[in-house]
Write a protein that binds this ligand. Structure first.
Ligand code: PAF
Length: 285
């Protein structure tokens, strides 16, 4: 595995690669979820490139940029054992160089769900993902479905900006108790991690209700909000039942293709999760 820090070195290495390039952008603190993206990329592409860059532009001033987990040595060991071709670890100056202006891109999904609670978040993600796509020039890029809105936005950005990149969604990887794997889980105590199972239990309940024909959105919200509040461990930000493709919230009745998206805090740690159903496909449980 080559470890590369500068764009000029990266370009030299990139020019020697022949065939498909699978790319997994990350912010490090790698867990089984990331590793499954990498394994999927390795099984379908001739070359695999991962990046680690904690992107300041996707954190608001009051958010956890400084305390975001950073564990580069462990990450490098994990990636070496998977035998990827290149690990790209650019510095902030390398990425946010004055000679390479940020893209100006917007879409309606920036302002709903996560975007409503975290203004500027998706703008920051699109800026960095577009820069990384321009540098890495992958044929395929792999994103986890835990960040379902991020995935939808990157699919749309890639299509709107004519990136010729296959965006490959990968299933959520969960702890045994159902907690979706996330780098931020490292900040949970073991008892908080245990209690966090209420999130997935609530999503499963919602999924079952809808599949059993409870389609009135208000009835679903009533039951799910009660369940989430039964143990006051989670400070709920939002729970929304939305259309699978557009992410627009259903106003009256849920239709066949849906996603239930939830976000909240356990002791300052922001957790998000979702469960989805696409007609003719299995759910993402
Ligand atoms: O999902 C993430 O880890 C980040 O949002 C990403 C895609 C690496 C951009 O910084």
């Amino acid at each position: 595995m080559q470890i590369i820090k500068s764009i000029s070195e990266f370009n030299k290495a990139r020019n020697t690669l022949i065939g498909s390039i699978g790319f997994i952008p990350t912010m490090g603190a790698l867990h089984e979820g990331h590793l499954s993206l990498i394994k999927t990329a390795k099984s379908s592409c001739q070359n695999t490139i991962a990046s680690i860059f904690v992107n300041p532009k996707q954190f608001a001033p009051n958010e956890d940029f400084n305390s975001y987990p950073r564990m580069l040595d462990q990450d490098i060991n994990k990636l070496r054992s998977l035998n990827i071709d290149i690990l790209f670890i650019p510095s902030e100056d390398e990425i946010y160089n004055k000679n390479s202006p940020d893209i100006i891109y917007d879409n309606y999904m920036f302002d709903i769900l996560e975007g409503k609670s975290r203004p500027g978040f998706f703008n920051g993600i699109c800026i960095v993902v577009a820069k990384l796509f321009d540098i890495v020039k992958p044929t395929d890029a792999f994103f986890g479905e835990k960040d379902f809105q991020q995935l939808r936005i990157i699919e749309k950005m890639s299509s709107d900006l004519n990136y010729n990149i296959n965006i490959i969604p990968c299933k959520i990887i969960r702890e045994i108790n159902g907690l979706a794997m996330s780098s931020r889980n490292k900040h949970l105590s073991s008892s908080e991690a245990e209690k966090s199972k209420i999130i997935f239990n609530t999503l499963e309940l919602g999924f079952t209700m809808i599949k059993n024909d409870t389609k009135v959105v208000e009835d679903i919200y009533d039951i799910l909000n009660k369940k989430l509040k039964q143990d006051s461990v989670i400070k709920l930000d939002y729970l929304k039942v939305v259309d699978y493709n557009s992410l627009i919230e259903f106003s009256d009745f849920v239709s066949d293709n849906f996603a239930i998206c939830v976000a909240g805090y356990i002791n300052q740690v922001r957790l998000i999760d979702n469960i989805t159903y696409l007609y003719s496909e299995d759910s993402s449980i």
